[in-house]
Design a protein around this ligand. Structure first.
Ligand code: ADP
Length: 145
């Protein structure tokens, strides 16, 4: 498997809890290099466009409100099989179903709100490319050896 890049968000709940460093550490300890990283306050328009695929879902409004409720950290992660590796580190969407040792199990229990599940990660190559360019210009991505 070739080196891949994937897009990650440390969501507002995790930033608020003060665990962004611990989450970034999970990536670094598991072979994912951070090649771009910034803290942002997402606008409503950005959140609506980013999650446009969920526009018709009942939780869309709640998800947009949550993602704009406080700062989050957007990142590009690079490594072997990075897309799947990141999804494995994240755990299941609902933290109640996430395996012990995953980010969502370790940082989101007990669950109050399914929007507040600590992290987002691209679910495929097409999504990764789209999501990276949604938040980063090419000159914001570095080369790391
Ligand atoms: P993932 O983030 O695991 O890829 P999805 O892309 O399906 O999951 O959903 C995007 C986000 O929407 C999830 O991370 C979660 O915060 C929220 N979400 C998903 N399903 C629900 C639901 N049934 N109720 C409330 N929020 C949800």
């Amino acid at each position: 498997m070739a080196t891949q890049r994937t897009f990650s968000i440390i969501k507002p709940d995790a930033v608020k809890k003060g665990v962004l460093g611990q989450i970034a550490d999970r990536f670094e300890q598991n072979g994912l290099k951070i090649v771009a990283m910034k803290m942002i306050q997402m606008s409503q328009a950005q959140a609506e466009e980013f999650y446009a695929e969920h526009k018709e879902r009942p939780f869309f409004g709640e998800l947009v409100d949550f993602m704009t409720s406080g700062p989050c950290v957007v990142q590009v992660l690079e490594g072997e099989n990075a897309i799947l590796k990141n999804r494995e580190l994240m755990g299941a969407t609902n933290p109640n179903n996430a395996d012990a040792g995953t980010i969502r199990h370790d940082f989101c229990l007990p669950v109050e709100d399914l929007s507040a599940n600590a992290v987002h990660g691209s679910d495929g190559e097409e999504a990764a490319a789209r999501e990276i360019s949604f938040f980063f210009n090419s000159d914001e991505l570095v080369t790391r050896v």
